[in-house]
Design a protein around this ligand. Structure first.
Ligand SMILES: *[C@@H]1O[C@H](CO)[C@@H](O)[C@H](O)[C@H]1NC(C)=O
Ligand SMILES: *[C@@H]1O[C@H](CO)[C@@H](O)[C@H](O)[C@H]1NC(C)=O
Ligand SMILES: *[C@@H]1O[C@H](CO)[C@@H](O)[C@H](O)[C@H]1NC(C)=O
Ligand SMILES: *[C@@H]1O[C@H](CO)[C@@H](O)[C@H](O)[C@H]1NC(C)=O
Length: 751
């Protein structure tokens, strides 16, 4: 039991702290907001007609790509990321996906890996276990995929349903484990892998890089400046501005089947009071890329664009900087990210289109565009200049390591150790893009309003002396690594994984990697690969990916750890976490050698909490309609005409979308009337950013609800014509089975 603070206020701090998975931007910023420019395929695409060229194609590999829907319940479930209990879904802006990329060695089918990009807050142990079980069920053909070679990475979007985590801490704000959302992610990931597997064919890989100036900024510069000056001088920026793009082309006609990019930026463009599901800025970038190549000669059908996360820990998409919303017109304090009241609640990072006051929607789209557009240009430029992936070797290794008191030597020979997980004071006191603290103020003065608390509240413990000493200089707020009742609160056992194709190495991190930590980790792997002669005469190229496989919060450099800002306080395993991660990666590296066989010993198995996880999430009881109304009836028709650029809206008598997630389908659509005046064809659906589905309960006892579908029409993208809105729902009677229904609005013209 915590001695000085009551267990309740500690819990409230924990909730507060969870709201700060992402904190705010630091430092001055002179960016001028650019106008959001939506992608116009004609304007940008035509000057650069991609010509597939066989020049310097590199070695052949087995390549496959696939994509599937993982959109869990879009209403009534807490979002993962900001961990604010109040942030619960009310609808859907854009479906979220798993994108799967398989790379295999020709002639050695056992040598391959699967790289997954999920539009989720992170990878996770429960989800990973589910995916591996799902693959095993697909039969012997899929036995080649397993623990060793499947990398489950999240984009770190903060705009999707939560409740699927293996460990207790992130379950608190979602009121426990949500089987439905968990299953949606697992099933979608397995389907994406199946699609990628079925598309396997021989092909080539090549890659290139581009600088993106305006899509991330440092948000913890004060900590970054603690790194040695000589080291900082080696880099032009305090965040990595480089995007790496790996292109997948099939050998048969050299058409691209996919691209995989890595760029470091927090997907926290949507604010913490947004309640519509989306994949945040990475989801937008992937959508724009995939839309932009539709019908292009340079790409094959089924083309998939993955926008993966990199060393983004101390980066922010809020490129206008962090400001105090207290009327002072001041930026937040450089060292502490607080405002004039000494607190961080009023400190908010501002996205590029912050002034639109639209819950981050336009800033998010703009940040997606700022990643998409350079990626697209880079994609085309690879035809004239690219680095082919060479060397036949495709390898992967994975093992688990217990980080509680892991002893290892630093490069200078001094033996140090890591510690059981713990979160420091700045985890709660830290900076924020989103306050979320109001919840706690309420709770402070009365009963906790979270049912989870009554079960786990008494279990917080005081850290042991060994733990305090090990974690120093971190002042411990939550000793999560020593709390195992009712089950583990955070991972102590982490996944260590690295993938390799030719000279291209992918470090798969369980933690959010901060900028300088990522550089050190990449450099160490590159040097070791070079020293071991693993890539012959070719220079190794290394990227960092994550958070993946589980969620182990942050990793900073030891120097940044000493500063104990938010990211340091969230570096779970103590000051030597980064050197330990590097040691663990290097230990596995020999398994990636061209002549290597087998895989390292698996290590200790992490706890599987799926079966014992608590849940206070209630299901749908029933849906009903007021007398005289029917499900799907359009109760508020759109106007008869709109000008392009206007927002069209229609409201229907609805039912709870948790009755049927309609995976691979849609809740909403816009249909366009054909020239024959009779045929309607689908113009937009749930995958499209500008079509928004909103669900609202209007009578809890009788189960009435309404669905409003809005279409933010676009002057450039939506042609004039006659349209109508469709709504697809499923209603649950008190007794009996769920039934599908649909609704159709009157038609209207767009001029
Ligand atoms: C941190 O980011 C700000 C805003 O982009 C920039 O002005 C500043 O130079 C950056 N600091 C360093 C040390 O790179
Ligand atoms: C959402 O949060 C932002 C930032 O604090 C605020 O400006 C905006 O008014 C909020 N919007 C709503 C609908 O609460
Ligand atoms: C990593 O640490 C282990 C001890 O845990 C040690 O045996 C090994 O030499 C270290 N490897 C590297 C590359 O530092
Ligand atoms: C090795 O490096 C660590 C970290 O910089 C330092 O604390 C330690 O004193 C060094 N040991 C020796 C023997 O120089």
């Amino acid at each position: 039991m915590a001695s000085t603070i009551s267990a309740i206020s500690l819990f409230l701090l924990a909730l507060f702290a969870l709201a700060h998975f992402s904190s705010s931007v630091q430092g001055p910023n002179r960016h001028v907001a650019r106008l959001a420019k939506r992608f116009d395929p004609v304007e940008h695409d035509t000057p650069i007609v991609p010509k597939a060229s066989a020049a310097a194609a590199g070695d052949k590999y087995l390549l496959g790509v696939g994509k599937a829907d993982i959109t869990g319940p879009v209403v009534e479930i807490n979002f993962a990321g900001y961990a604010d209990t109040e942030q619960r879904g009310t609808g859907l802006r854009q479906r979220i996906y798993c994108r799967a990329f398989i790379i295999g060695q020709v002639g050695k089918p056992e040598n391959r890996f699967v790289y997954l990009v999920l539009d989720t807050m992170s990878g996770d142990t429960a989800v990973r276990n589910g995916i591996l079980e799902g693959l095993a069920k697909l039969g012997s053909e899929y036995a080649v995929y397993g623990r060793n070679n499947v990398a489950v990475t999240g984009t770190h979007s903060h705009s999707g349903p939560g409740g699927w985590f293996n460990y207790l801490l992130p379950q608190i704000t979602s009121f426990g484990f949500d089987k439905q959302g968990y299953q949606a992610i697992v099933d979608g990931a397995v389907l994406a892998i199946k699609r990628a597997h079925e598309s396997l064919q021989e092909g080539y890989l090549d890659f290139g890089t581009t600088r993106i100036e305006d899509a991330n900024i440092n948000r913890s510069l004060y900590a970054y400046l603690a790194n040695p000056e000589a080291e900082r001088a080696q880099y032009p920026d305090s965040t990595d501005k480089t995007m790496t793009l790996l292109r997948f082309r099939r050998a048969s006609d050299l058409k691209a089947i996919g691209v995989l990019t890595w760029f470091a930026v927090h997907p926290t463009s949507m604010l913490g009071n947004n309640t519509h599901v989306s994949g945040d800025n990475k989801g937008v970038a992937a959508y724009l890329f995939e839309q932009s190549v539709k019908g292009s000669d340079a790409v094959a059908d089924g083309f998939v664009a993955g926008f993966s996360q990199s060393n983004h820990g101390d980066t922010s998409p809020n490129v206008l900087g962090a400001w105090c919303d207290d009327g002072s017109g001041q930026m937040c304090d450089f060292q502490t990210s607080t405002c004039s009241d000494g607190k961080s609640q009023k400190c908010h990072g501002r996205g590029p289109l912050f002034y639109n006051l639209d819950l981050g929607v336009s800033s998010c789209y703009e940040l997606g565009r700022r990643q998409f557009f350079p990626a697209k240009e880079l994609f085309h430029s690879l035809d004239s200049e690219s680095t082919p992936v060479v060397g036949p070797t495709v390898r992967a290794f994975h093992y688990w390591n217990d980080m509680s008191y892991y002893k290892f030597p630093l490069p200078n020979g001094t033996i140090v150790q890591t510690c059981p997980a713990a979160l420091g004071h700045s985890f709660a006191a830290g900076t924020s893009d989103w306050p979320g603290a109001f919840d706690f103020t309420q709770g402070d003065s009365g009963e906790p309003n979270n049912p989870f608390w009554s079960v786990v509240g008494g279990l917080l413990r005081t850290p042991s002396h060994a733990q305090k000493a090990c974690q120093a200089p971190k002042p411990i707020l939550l000793d999560v690594g020593e709390m195992t009742t009712p089950y583990a609160w955070t991972p102590n056992i982490i996944d260590v994984q690295t993938l390799r194709v030719g000279q291209f190495f992918i470090i798969v991190s369980p933690s959010e990697v901060c900028t300088m930590a990522g550089r050190r980790w990449r450099n160490a792997v590159k040097a070791a690969a070079q020293e071991a002669g693993m890539t012959g005469d070719t220079e190794p190229y290394v990227v960092i990916a994550g958070p993946a496989n589980t969620y182990a919060h942050y990793v900073t450099t030891p120097e940044e750890y000493a500063v104990q800002r938010y990211e340091g306080a969230s570096t779970l395993y103590g000051q030597w976490e980064l050197p330990a991660y590097i040691n663990l990666t290097l230990r596995g590296l020999p398994y990636l050698a061209p002549t290597a066989t087998g895989s390292p010993p698996a290590g200790p198995t992490p706890p599987d909490n799926r079966a014992k996880s608590l849940s206070f999430i209630t299901g749908v009881v029933m849906d009903g309609t007021p007398i005289g109304k029917s499900f799907g009836q359009c109760i508020k028709q759109p106007s008869s005409s709109y000008s392009r650029g206007a927002v069209v809206s229609a409201t229907f008598q609805g039912a709870n979308p948790r009755n049927n997630l309609r995976l691979e389908g849609t809740f909403a659509a816009v249909e366009k009337l054909g020239a024959d005046g009779k045929t309607w064809t689908r113009w937009l659906d749930d995958k499209d950013w500008r079509l928004v589905y909103t669900w609202k309960r209007t009578n809890g006892a009788l189960g009435y609800s309404e669905v409003t579908i809005t279409w933010e029409t676009d002057v450039d993208l939506d042609p004039a014509g006659t349209y109508r809105i469709k709504y697809y729902g499923d209603q649950k009677p008190l007794i009996g089975s769920i039934k599908a229904f649909e609704g159709t609005s009157n038609s209207f013209t767009l001029n």
